[in-house]
Design a binder for this molecule. Structure first.
Ligand code: ME8
Length: 507
């Protein structure tokens, strides 16, 4: 039987700046999907990378006085490191300056051109280099100095040059049909509605080449043009499948993006693919925007959240947990230090960490660190069962619609139940009155912790791994299939150690 496959992508990030928390956030979400699907028996492909062409990058390189290639080599390496340092489990890291990608772009252009979707004309209009996006006159707003700016707040400049156009206007109906037929092609629902009304408002043909700079992929047969950076960038998702030679992994199951770039992914990208006669991705999910203590994150405000600083201060898994637990994935989120500390101390250190620590220490002290042979009551069984297949099913259901926060909430309900259980059973009292019952209670708790740790691996791989180490679980006992099994009596456990430290404010 061939394995089920799953292909998930992140945006490819512009290399004009250092990575910040927003970049880590999207890739984290993709990582959790990838890890979950792997444990759930899928053959997973997880792609991330960097977007290296276009005017914005060319200008950033010029400002630094280095060549665009040297500049992109340097910054791309920083994004690659972040991916490793955050324990992201990507299978491929794509750079749009790679030859494999230039070949795919040329082929994409050729398919669109052969199908009659491209024509040469002249573009005159507004362009925001920071967004690498064209804006209609009507979309511009008034900036603080009374000048016209893009709806994103970025400055715009007037562009007038010969350009190739893509007949985007011809795709209005097919796109609306797509949104209709595949209601979860765009998630969350609110954003889907926004896209639908935008498309219903009418689509204009899209300028897809530029002549006034040269840092890009050349247009086949007309090298004075370089391709519009978004046509180039979006194509990365199919390049990475080996296309045009082969593309066994195309289409993608999930493109994860921030809400800022939904229009490119939910309108342009499927239109390009339809035009080229290629299959469409199954879903685009646009998550919300992080602010810092209520303020928009920006370099000029100096409040950019450095992912490394979070890792250093709170720990990697704590940061991973917080980002996905604190805010529903489609909503905007505000990063607050006190909320981070509460999650770290309450959910992780108290509720989960302490549960594991208390029960494992009692086993070490009173049962020689060996999993006891036990007779369980219906109540014990019910707790263990609540942490098994049914919990996994609930988590799977939430993750299948990228509801990370609900998935974690569901897991924490079981952790709370286990805390209520241990307090009610009070094994510390049973120690004297009924040692056998104490063994059964401790067994029930650590078996529950084991199951929870197995299910939590995608979100907190390192800490869950440590919990499973403390339970003497081998590598092949960490798959979701292990949820059907039980901790074997007689298993010798290593000395217990705390897995989730409390946050203590530095003096
Ligand atoms: O747009 N909150 O790259 P980019 C949440 N190269 N997410 C954030 C964020 C924030 N404050 N800031 C950034 C590009 N992000 C293009 C993409 S894809 C074919 C080309 C995340 O470096 C979020 O995922 O500007 C957003 O969509 C992405 O970074 C933008 O990254």
């Amino acid at each position: 039987m061939t394995k089920k496959t799953y292909y998930v992508t992140t945006p490819i990030y512009y290399v004009n700046d250092r990575p910040h928390i927003g970049h880590a956030y999207t890739t984290l979400a993709a990582d959790v999907m990838a890890r979950f699907k792997r444990l759930d028996g899928y053959d997973v492909h997880f792609l991330t990378g960097t977007d290296e062409h276009g005017q914005k990058i060319q200008r950033s390189a010029e400002a630094k006085g280095v060549s665009p290639q040297a500049f992109t080599d340097e910054v791309s390496a920083v994004f690659r490191e972040l991916a490793t340092d955050f324990n992201f489990s990507h299978n491929d890291f794509i750079r749009t300056t790679e030859d494999r990608h230039k070949r795919a772009c040329a082929q994409m252009w050729k398919l669109l051109s052969d199908a009659g979707h491209i024509y040469l004309d002249k573009y005159s209009g507004w362009y925001a280099v920071s967004d690498e996006a064209f804006y209609d006159e009507g979309e511009l707003i008034e900036g603080p100095d009374g000048n016209r700016i893009a709806p994103t707040g970025k400055s715009v400049e007037w562009v007038e040059e010969e350009s190739y156009f893509f007949r985007l206007s011809a795709f209005e109906k097919p796109l609306l049909e797509l949104y209709e037929k595949q209601p979860d092609f765009i998630l969350p629902k609110g954003r889907r509605n926004e896209v639908i009304s935008f498309v219903k408002g009418g689509l204009q043909d899209l300028s897809i080449s530029r002549t006034t700079f040269d840092w890009g992929v050349g247009v086949p047969g007309d090298e004075k043009h370089v391709m519009y950076v978004w046509l180039d960038a979006l194509t990365n998702y199919i390049t990475a499948t080996g296309w045009p030679d082969e593309a066994p992994r195309w289409p993608a199951d999930l493109h994860l993006v921030g809400k800022d770039i939904l229009r490119f992914h939910a309108i342009y990208w499927p239109a390009f693919l339809m035009g080229a006669g290629l299959p469409l991705p199954k879903r685009v999910f646009a998550h919300g925007w992080w602010t810092n203590e209520g303020e928009k994150i920006s370099k000029s405000l100096g409040n950019v959240i450095d992912p490394y600083e979070l890792k250093e201060t709170f720990g990697l898994d704590q940061t991973r947990y917080f980002l996905l637990r604190e805010v529903p994935f489609g909503n905007d989120g505000d990063f607050r230090r006190d909320a981070m500390i509460t999650r770290m101390n309450s959910d992780l250190a108290n509720n989960l960490g302490n549960l594991a620590q208390r029960s494992l220490s009692m086993i070490a002290k009173n049962l020689g660190g060996v999993v006891p042979a036990v007779t369980l009551t219906a109540e014990d069984e019910a707790l263990i069962e609540a942490a098994g297949e049914s919990l996994l099913n609930g988590v799977r259901e939430h993750l299948d619609v990228q509801d990370f926060n609900k998935a974690l909430e569901t897991i924490w309900l079981v952790i709370s139940e286990a805390n209520v259980y241990i307090d009610a059973q009070a094994p510390w009292t049973l120690k004297k009155t009924d040692p056998e019952r104490m063994g059964a209670v401790l067994y029930t708790v650590i078996e529950t912790v084991r199951r929870v740790a197995v299910i939590l691996q995608p979100v907190m791989p390192e800490s869950s791994g440590k919990l499973l180490d403390l339970l003497a679980q081998s590598e092949d006992q960490r798959h979701f299939e292990s949820l059907d099994q039980r901790l074997a009596e007689g298993t010798e456990l290593p000395a217990p150690a705390g897995v989730f430290p409390r946050f203590v404010e530095a003096e």
